[in-house]
Design a protein around this ligand. Sequence first.
Ligand code: ADP
Ligand code: 5GP
Length: 189
Amino acid sequence: MDNRKAILFSAPSGCGKTTIIRRLLEYFDCFEFSISATSRQPRSGERDGVDYYFLDTEEFRRRVDAGLFLEWEEVYSGTCYGTLKSEITRIWDNGHVIIFDVDVNGGMNLKRHFGNDALALFVMPPSVEELERRLRTRGTESEEAITKRLGRSVEELKQAKNFDVVIVNDDLDTAVQQVRREIEQYLGL
Ligand code: ADP
Ligand code: 5GP
């Protein structure tokens, strides 16, 4: 198999990207997660260099100015997220397929960059009401942050048509199975 490939997951916050990716990383040992940089604070349990590279805003800007990002977005006002170019080299040099978890604009930018070397998956919630319920149940954001995330999701959901595959994450096991099938087909496994 040609490992210089990437699988990218995009969706509004709360649709289940992280949950699905965790399951895939347990299943496929040739995959490695692209650790993004962010200027947001770590959530409880999140580790620097594992979940994200947590940077303060000044350091994030410095790296933007130095051209170290392949893509970056101010996903929520005042909070930036981005893919460092060094992640691509690190993971491909390890002989692994890259897994990205990025917002919808980031997903479209990465797909443009990688072309046929990336499979772009869009994770849909079964409904906006269920998305809201999941964000609240996750309990990791303030009320203000939840409102921001839900507000942004309306526009993001309209972009699903620009992705290679749309997965509706209603029942988790079914969604994971569908994702696995799509990936196996794409990579010829
Ligand atoms: P994202 O990474 O897209 O922001 P998460 O993976 O953090 O989303 O999922 C948001 C919340 O929804 C989490 O609490 C997660 O456990 C829950 N969740 C994910 N998928 C499902 C599902 N199919 N059914 C019910 N809850 C789910
Ligand atoms: P969270 O704060 O919930 O971890 O992530 C918020 C949003 O930022 C999610 O939609 C997530 O996919 C996105 N995100 C995480 N890393 C990156 C990245 O490197 N680039 C872009 N464009 N978005 C990212």
